[in-house]
Design a protein around this ligand. Sequence first.
Ligand SMILES: [Fe+2]
Ligand SMILES: [Fe+2]
Length: 235
Amino acid sequence: MPETISKPSSKPISEPISEPISETILEIGEAPSDEALLPPDMLDFLACATPDAWVAWALENPELLLIDHAQCEKKAASTAMSLLYRYVHEPLLLTKMSQLAREELLHFEQVVKLMESRGIVYRHLSASRYAEGLRRHVSSQDPARLVDILIIGAYIEARSCERFARLIPHLDPELAKFYRSLVKSEGRHYEDYLMLARHLAPGPIDDRVAFFAEREAELIATPDKAFRFHSGVPG
Ligand SMILES: [Fe+2]
Ligand SMILES: [Fe+2]
């Protein structure tokens, strides 16, 4: 277990945070993320790091964090399932997406169980602008459409992975352990989506990756109204 998890200044997410925001941000700036757990090159793939202001926002909203996290796992499974239905002629995609959907549903069950043990009631939340902000740029015709969806999948997985790693040093041991296991899974999902995009594209995808890198970074770095797992900074 990394030293930072057990250091006395880490805030258990299950307990209310009473310090002023400015102190929380200072502490976040000092706490390292668990970057060693991330797949190589993933931080280069993302055009910006998650701002400290989002980490502070997450720690102020422990219930919303877990409820929206559960929603994200369910949606990730659903996206994979929709690809299974639409692209039945791509065996590698079918294998990878089937595995991914099962893993995301397992994560969903794990988050729901954790919420239950903490007395957090699952309720409906409006979706953040993030996924729609990326999907509105998806090409209308295949194969470009599929390649765009796979690149976006890689961005959503990579950002999730990076955010789990950023949060880990501030969490209670139980949640930190869970998120550390998720960093590994979501890191693999990021690699699988990117591999599939390259494998199924008729040509190089570098320009398209660069395009979505910019869109994704805008959504992460700009102000957002409500806190969600993939929201921007408080605005
Ligand atoms: Fe997941
Ligand atoms: Fe995932």
